[in-house]
Design a binder for this molecule. Structure first.
Ligand SMILES: O=S(=O)(c1cccs1)N(Cc1ccc(F)cc1)Cc1ncn[nH]1
Ligand SMILES: [Mn+2]
Ligand SMILES: [Mn+2]
Ligand SMILES: [Mn+2]
Length: 368
């Protein structure tokens, strides 16, 4: 008999909770569409069933993300180690997709779309603990929880900020309002530079008082939202979060992650600390490798992740060891890209809010 409710921590596969893939549609919103769109019925039918497979994979991934982040928001507490927080989220995603990722290729069927980021305070993105990390979440921390869920390569990339102290409320409100403003502006034919202007205006209308000092909230000018392609988390188009004259347009069928980052620091991030996040370069073809450990590691990456981002802990759990020399040589020959933590200045605070919203084609326009 199919289970009817999710457990805590989450363990019931979402495909069992929604028989015949009747996943919730989630929010479909109106968007401004200057030119009205005409399709023949034949085209429409073809487009519909082409999209329905792609949409049902996205909706399954979105429902899994929703259930896991709901549990994460309830269960994350000061005193927990970053490692246990990351592993609880990652193991919940794997349980809900029904893919442990421990057998060859299984993580490419469904599972983590990319590592669970747990970036603290002045660090905004791409931090997750490596093996042996002893860090413990503190009462005063501002932690960005950013994890991906994919089903057959359709990646849902959504993030939120955890803070226990109310003094950060305005910083968190700034990013929530800015992201929602960006999502309202998104749609077919929307220009990404204009979206950036609306995001920055919303973000920078906030200020936040922390421990007696009042800071204007700044949009982090060198972080962006981005479109998402199958098995590729950082597509081809970026959505700036500051005003820009980039006239790149959102197109029908594009899927965008709209993410905004607010900061009390410089409003600019730099690479910092040890790398944990990596991904194979999609556009890099075969390069002759001398180092046998690099060759062996590349075959493990190809067979388990393809172009999906991974972190060192994912290699550990696959039983790989002494892989650093090989990994660094794959990075040096540009076969694998390293994504170091992105941090503003020490002592500053950053927050993030991220949501995926495909600019729907007219057929999916939902009349409220
Ligand atoms: O900053 S990005 O590298 C980027 C590239 C082009 C435009 S934005 N990045 C993509 C990514 C890279 C590596 C990962 F492990 C996971 C994601 C955005 C992002 N990070 C977290 N959520 N969204
Ligand atoms: Mn499956
Ligand atoms: Mn993200
Ligand atoms: Mn993203």
């Amino acid at each position: 008999k199919n289970p009817t409710a999710q457990t805590e921590p989450p363990s019931v596969m979402v495909s069992q909770l929604f028989p015949n893939k009747s996943y919730p549609k989630g929010e479909e919103v109106e968007y401004k569409d200057e030119n009205n769109y005409r399709t023949t019925n034949e085209e429409k039918r073809h487009l519909d069933n082409l999209q329905s497979e792609f949409l049902s994979d996205f909706r399954e991934a979105a429902e899994i993300h929703r259930q896991v982040r709901q549990y994460a928001k309830k269960s994350i507490r000061p005193g927990q180690s970053l490692t246990e927080i990351a592993e609880t989220i990652e193991n919940s995603v794997r349980a809900l997709t029904g893919h442990s990722g421990l057998t060859e290729g299984d993580a490419m069927a469904a599972g983590m779309g990319f590592p669970c980021g747990l970036s603290l305070n002045h660090c905004a993105a791409h931090y997750t603990p490596n093996a042996g990390n002893k860090m413990v979440l503190q009462q005063d921390d501002v932690m960005k929880v950013d994890f991906g869920v994919h089903v057959k390569g359709r990646i849902v990339d959504s993030a939120f900020t955890v803070a226990f102290e109310p003094k950060y409320d305005n910083l968190l409100k700034a990013v929530q309002e800015a992201t929602n403003a960006g999502i309202r502006e998104a749609g077919i034919d929307a220009r990404v530079g204009e979206i950036g202007g609306v995001i920055q205006e919303t973000m920078e209308s906030f200020e936040v008082e922390i421990d007696g000092t009042t800071y204007p909230v700044k949009s982090i000018r060198n972080l962006t939202g981005h479109n998402i392609l199958p098995y590729s988390i950082h597509g081809t188009k970026a959505v700036p979060i500051v005003k820009s004259n980039d006239v790149t347009k959102m197109e029908e069928g594009d899927v965008f992650a709209i993410e905004t980052f607010g900061s009390t620091g410089n409003g600019y991030v730099r690479d910092d600390m040890e790398v944990s996040h990596y991904a194979k370069n999609a556009d890099k073809h075969h390069v002759d490798l001398r180092l046998s450990s690099a060759k062996a590691l590349l075959s493990v990456i190809n067979k388990n992740f393809g172009t999906l981002p991974f972190c060192r802990r994912y290699l550990d759990r696959l039983g790989q060891d002494k892989y650093l020399l090989g990994l660094n040589s794959l990075v040096a020959s540009d076969i694998v890209e390293a994504y170091p933590p992105l941090c503003d200045k020490k002592g500053s605070y950053t927050a993030q809010f991220e949501h995926v919203r495909p600019p729907m084609s007219p057929e999916y326009q939902h009349v409220p």
